[in-house]
Design a protein around this ligand. Structure first.
Ligand code: FE2
Length: 144
């Protein structure tokens, strides 16, 4: 259970960092495709943000405390912070890479959850993996 707790906290901090980056790109993207990219990043950050509270409560349900500070997030997160304002293509490529990373993270945590028979949690984690696969598809298709 201890290793599942830690893996969940890492995935949660990473998901929050991913959400923040998508919102950051939504705010700062520029260029001739501004509207399309602003909307795409908007769609992604909203979907991820909407999952955050349920994610936090799922962590509480298995008996761990949910991290909720920038200090803890930056220690735990597997998603690197972006502090620069990147060109649009670099934003897409970076968020695609991060989304694929999130999908892989959820695939692994799902296995740990299933080993403990936590089917409700597994269901949530499978949903997050699937959501990131969808975000990755949209980002990849926009980059082509
Ligand atoms: Fe907005």
């Amino acid at each position: 259970m201890e290793s599942l707790h830690q893996a969940l906290k890492i995935a949660f901090a990473s998901e929050f960092a991913f959400y923040l980056k998508a919102h950051y790109f939504h705010w700062n993207v520029e260029g001739p495709n501004f509207k399309q990219l602003h909307d795409l990043f908007g769609l992604i950050y909203e979907e991820v943000y909407d999952s955050i509270d349920t994610f936090a409560e799922n962590i509480r349900k298995v008996g761990a405390y949910t991290p909720g500070s920038f200090t803890r997030f930056s220690t735990l997160s597997g998603i690197n912070d972006e502090t620069e304002v990147l060109p649009p293509e670099a934003m897409l490529a970076e968020l695609l890479q991060d989304s694929e990373k999130m999908s892989e993270m959820f695939r692994i945590v799902f296995k740990a959850s299933e080993e403990l028979g936590l089917h409700g949690l597994s269901d949530f984690l499978a949903g997050r993996q699937d959501a990131h696969d969808k975000h990755s598809w949209m980002l990849r298709s926009t980059l082509k």
